[in-house]
Write a protein that binds this ligand. Structure first.
Ligand SMILES: [Mn+2]
Length: 440
């Protein structure tokens, strides 16, 4: 079985990274039956993704910790095994019949005991030559004895997930020419020779919703990027060969994946749960089609997906937001720190935190504690100011709460803070609407 092609979104995954990976892997499996495409994720599921995958009975993508080459990528799986109670003759005949050099020896319990190889027999033969008269042919009496008497047990032991680079060092440090690969229960699942270890197979990866090394899975430079589907600026991913690289300025990667379903004439009505997942990602990435990144094409695609999934956009959008916000614990610390970024300004700095909600009033009951928390942050980190944006998606604006010197914020947005706080309509994006005004 060949290793599946990995389809994966960015670090700190959002719903677009999860849903686009699942949907694109699904499409690729329909289009290309010669490979298997498997969706993965680089971190915890956002609550709305968890809700959706459960609701539509879609398997949750596995976590991917790295794409460095591993022992299991080069090992010979399921090596020939003999029992330690078998005779040396049985072992010898097997080695000869299969023209191999090594047999893995296990006990009746199926657990690894050691190996027997052609070198073992060569050594025994030479030893017997010393003991017999020159005129007498060697009888090689050891052949009747059990393998357990002659086990080679100092073979380097590896695990399937060990990094190839580390396995190489371990085996080179040993005098033996091979290593065995054991699973957690100490059953032998593979064998690797020095020749195997000299290979560097590249794991194949399709990037969705990102194309920058800093946002990609660990080990990406060692892997082979075979495709990119993204809606962000062009980053720094490099490849050896030309690849399909689809980058469009649409509101979500899910919009592009939807376009690919259309391009290959795969009817989304026949894949309603995938259509629902794509719609969810389009809606969360565009804040229910309200974000300034939303295009006319996104609106068309949302309508098309809603039809294919038999969903009402308004109702489904509300369900998504409820799922996203039901998991919030509402503590002052989580409100301020969940999404907090520091920016440098001359020789000082400032912090902008953002907290999305559908119930600003409830958050504002905690304003005195929030402000105290922000003031401590300003004092401890010698900041110019700390700004919290309580962004209300349904009201389409943000409550600004500022500790420290508020003048810069007031000036940049032409607002007056009353009691360190004020409502600013239309502000939804820290990246697009807030940071440029404060740094610019
Ligand atoms: Mn996205």
């Amino acid at each position: 079985m060949t290793e599946p092609i990995i389809v994966v979104g960015h670090r700190n995954p959002d719903n677009d990274s999860i849903s686009s990976a699942v949907a694109y892997a699904h499409l690729k499996n329909i289009l290309d039956s010669t490979q298997h495409y498997a969706p993965y994720r680089l971190g915890p599921l956002p609550p709305e993704s968890e809700y959706l995958l459960n609701r539509f009975n879609i398997p949750i993508p596995q976590i991917l910790t790295h794409v460095h080459s591993r022992v299991l990528d080069v090992m010979t799986p399921q090596p020939l095994q003999v029992l330690d109670t078998d005779t040396m003759r049985q072992a010898a005949e097997l080695l000869k019949a299969r023209a191999i050099r090594t047999l893995v020896v296990s006990g009746k319990d199926g657990l690894y005991r050691g190996i027997i190889d052609t070198q073992t027999f060569a050594n025994l033969y030479l030893a017997e030559l010393d003991e017999v008269e020159p005129t007498t042919a060697t009888r090689f009496t050891t052949l009747a004895r059990p393998i357990s008497d002659f086990l080679v047990s100092d073979v380097p032991i590896l695990e399937p997930d060990d990094l190839l680079s580390e396995a190489r060092e371990k085996v080179l440090a040993s005098s033996l020419r091979q290593a065995v690969v054991l699973d957690a229960a100490r059953r032998c699942v593979g064998i690797v020779t020095r020749t195997d270890l000299a290979r560097t197979p590249r794991r194949r990866v399709i990037l969705v919703d990102h194309n920058e090394v800093s946002q990609a899975v660990n080990g990406i430079l060692e892997a082979e990027v075979v495709e990119v589907v993204d809606h962000h600026r062009i980053g720094d991913i490099q490849t050896h060969l030309p690849i399909p690289f689809i980058n469009l300025p649409l509101g979500s990667t899910a919009s592009i994946v939807t376009t690919e379903f259309q391009r290959y004439a795969v009817p989304l009505e026949e894949h309603p749960t995938i259509a629902a997942l794509l719609l969810s990602a389009l809606l969360t990435d565009t804040v229910l089609l309200k974000s300034p990144t939303t295009t006319a094409r996104d609106r068309e695609l949302a309508a098309l997906l809603a039809r294919a999934a038999s969903l009402d956009i308004e109702t489904f959008g509300r369900e998504l937001l409820e799922a996203r916000f039901s998991g919030q614990d509402g503590s002052v610390e989580s409100i301020v720190l969940a999404d907090s970024k520091e920016f440098v300004l001359g020789d000082t700095g400032f912090v902008i935190s953002q907290y999305e909600t559908i119930d600003t009033e409830r958050i504002l009951t905690k304003q005195p504690e929030i402000l105290a928390f922000l003031e401590t942050m300003v004092a401890q980190r010698s900041l110019e100011f700390a700004l919290l944006l309580v962004t209300d998606i349904t009201r389409e604006g943000s409550q600004f709460i500022v500790a420290g010197k508020p003048q810069l914020v007031e000036h940049a947005f032409n607002i007056r803070l009353e009691g360190a706080s004020t409502w600013v309509p239309g502000i939804l994006s820290r990246k697009k609407q807030v940071v440029p005004r404060l740094l610019g």
